[in-house]
Ligand binder design. Sequence first.
Ligand code: ADP
Ligand code: MG
Length: 380
Amino acid sequence: MSVIANTLSTRTSLAILTMPDPEQGFRGNRANFIDLIQTGKKLGAFVYVLTTDDLRAGDKRVYGYVYNVENGIWTRQLLPMPHVIYNRLPTRTDEQLPEVQNVIKDCLKKKNVRLFNPYFFNKWALFEWLNSDKETQRFIPATRRLSSPQELASFMQSHPMVYLKPIRGKAGKGIMRLETNTPGRKYWCKLIIQNHKKSIVTNHLNFAKLWTRIKQEITDEDYIIQQGILLAESEGRPFDLRVLVQKSGTGKWFITGIGARVAGVKSITTHVPRGGHIDNPHNALISSFGETRTPIILRKVNNAALTIARRIEKASGYKLGEMSLDLGVDRNGRIWFFEANSRPMKFDEPDIRETSLARIIEYTQFLSRPRPARTGKKSG
Ligand SMILES: Nc1ncnc2c1ncn2[C@@H]1O[C@H](COP(=O)(O)OP(=O)(O)O)[C@@H](O)[C@H]1O
Ligand SMILES: [Mg+2]
């Protein structure tokens, strides 16, 4: 066994799980992996990268990629099985591969290693989980599966603004917005399709014409239709909030940080790659709600996010360690849930970024600590 491996067995170890790559060894964002490796080093945990090809959950040892902070070199080494696995499989397509499915299932069964956030979420499951609980129901816009054009036509009768979103969507891809009943407009319905930074706008005289255009966009993907929320604005632009919720060293959920994402001028979403920009949530809220209401709304956002995170974890049936939530605040100050991501993207706010890395290490330390036998509960 190497020197590293020997010192390891006593120290908490965390493996970042990703896909193998024939040339690079492994895929994923190396700069982000290095940030976590360095945070681990500071906080006393050994962090390395592990691919789905190398992981066999029952084994005592695995091949992993170790990063040397001093010389910036990655080496492949035989290492002890990690205590905890942090799932950073890059895409849903990767996750769907049968061999990857098997690796995840095996990890969930085995007791020697703890994997959290095993799967991506999908928007329909999230809706069902949150809508079936009294405490979280009130945050959910009316939502249906787009099962037929009739479903959409009837939904549009009760909602003047409707969002269409792919169930497995991400980063605004495939999102559309419908607007009807706008006074003074010649056409019956305006359709806005999110497209890179700009949007494509078309007007339609009737449902049949609208549906023909929508069908060109959705091809064979599964979609949801959702009541559109009139978002509060900051300097004339709608914004929403991205909340990072993580477990900490006590194994409990905490709000790591909240960022505001302000929509680009020509965008129906708030994603930064689509022309949106970052703001501090306090700044964003204050222009709509003023000094007195803003802290109250922020407190409500915190509470809503914690309630939602707990419900999602419970309903998913899996151990989760983090998630990001996209929440909207409407013009009356009411809070709405748009979606949750089980592989949160990096937050660019430096303080949120730093805390988020530390929380992953602290949660890892929590998971790998020997637990005293629980009393009052059956074991198993
Ligand atoms: N029902 C809605 N009403 C108003 N805005 C919405 C609605 N759904 C989504 N949006 C806007 O679009 C963005 C992207 O939607 P989201 O469900 O998060 O999809 P994605 O997975 O593509 O990020 C949200 O952050 C929000 O700004
Ligand atoms: Mg989103």
